[in-house]
Design a protein around this ligand. Structure first.
Ligand SMILES: Nc1ncnc2c1ncn2[C@@H]1O[C@H](COP(=O)(O)OP(=O)(O)OP(=O)(O)O)[C@@H](O)[C@H]1O
Length: 341
């Protein structure tokens, strides 16, 4: 559905001299610096996938999305979305994609939501049957009826996002680009939008590319993530693989049936102990989770036991702070315990 090959974007940022004299000099000589916003990125996305496109501020996420939607022309490399070259075939591409930028609305601020939708119906030449069907379905899932007659400028942020996402899907696009769709929303509003995206993806096979800083959202929505840092791709794969590649240690929490005086276990370090509750830190490369639990069960009586996966937020922070960690992991020979899918 989406093919991106060696895509790069360079911006020339001109230095403006201040004042009358400066403006005069600007006419004849303009200094500029080069910003490499996207640097040789390649990936493909299959129909029906939901992919998280992640990276720290300024990594180049929005610039990539803008090239995929035809807003920006790549400096080099190629992009096709559903067979179209977005910046050359903007009109055709627009018929097959839906775009939501969380930071700004695509709706008409002074018009009620309904009138904005009717304008979109005409712009995209959506048949009356399809329009009615979609509005009814989106209304059911997102309760648009509560504010359908309200001018967009009077909507709350959560209502505006619901309206924007519904608007982006009115013409039944094959691909939905979501750039920070839940920024600033509360947990209830986020959950509602997430469930909507899941349903649309499952029922209509809409391919979704999601840019967000909300990793909880990513965990709930995306099996696959693409990480970029400093304009370059640094990981493309399953979230579970990323977790396995980066995590060296895990936490095992045990509630023992009684307070044992010696609760030491080989290859596991006690990190916390309060009464019969104990936490161990261990590395799956030194001892597998199954072996560790087996050893504990042989020696002690337990009430409850659980293994905590490393927090994905922490892991991705490590990548952002020290990209080398991930590069090193990716070039290390893969041991059976860390086999990528
Ligand atoms: N129109 C532009 N002109 C010049 N530089 C730009 C332009 N758009 C983006 N940039 C620069 O390109 C780089 C990547 O920006 P981009 O907006 O793609 O990052 P991002 O990953 O989306 O960041 P954020 O998470 O903060 O939205 C940044 O250094 C930014 O300043």
């Amino acid at each position: 559905m989406i093919e991106v090959d060696n895509l790069s974007k360079i911006f020339k940022v001109y230095h403006h001299r201040k004042g009358f004299f400066g403006s005069f000099v600007n006419l004849f000589s303009r200094k500029h610096r080069i910003v490499q916003a996207v640097d040789g990125i390649s990936f493909t996305v299959k129909r029906g996938e939901i992919v998280g496109y992640l990276g720290p501020n300024g990594a180049g996420k929005s610039t990539t999305i803008k090239m995929l939607t035809g807003i920006l022309v790549p400096t080099s490399g190629s992009v096709t979305v559903n067979g179209y070259i977005p910046h050359r075939q903007r009109k055709e591409n627009a018929k097959h994609i839906g775009v939501v930028f969380g930071q700004r609305s695509h709706l008409w601020f002074d018009l009620p939501v309904q009138e904005s939708f009717e304008l979109l119906q005409r712009i995209y030449r959506i048949s009356e049957t399809q329009y009615r069907y979609n509005v009814e379905m989106f209304n059911e899932l997102l309760s648009l009826g509560d504010f359908f007659q309200t001018p967009v400028r009077q909507l709350s942020l959560g209502q505006r996002m619901r309206a924007d996402i519904a608007a982006a899907l009115l013409h039944n696009p094959d691909v939905l680009f979501l750039d920070e769709p839940t920024i600033g929303l509360d947990v209830v509003a986020k959950a509602r939008i997430r469930q909507f995206i899941q349903k649309i993806n499952a029922e209509r096979q809409v391919t979704v590319v999601l840019t967000t800083h909300d990793l909880d959202e990513v965990e709930k929505l995306c099996k696959r993530v693409i990480l970029i840092d400093n304009a370059r791709l640094c990981f493309d794969g399953e979230l579970a693989t990323l977790r396995r590649l980066l995590s060296t240690e895990r936490i095992l929490s045990v509630d023992y049936a009684e307070v044992y005086p010696d609760i030491s276990i080989p290859k596991a370090h006690v990190t916390y102990r309060e009464g019969a509750r104990v936490q161990y830190r261990f590395s799956p490369e030194e001892i597998s989770t199954a072996d560790l639990i087996g050893t504990i069960l042989q020696k002690f009586k337990i009430i409850d036991i659980s293994v905590q996966e490393p927090d994905i937020e922490e892991l991705i922070k490590t990548v952002y702070e020290d990209n080398l960690t991930l590069e090193r992991k990716l070039t290390e020979p893969i041991s059976p315990g860390t086999q990528a899918n």
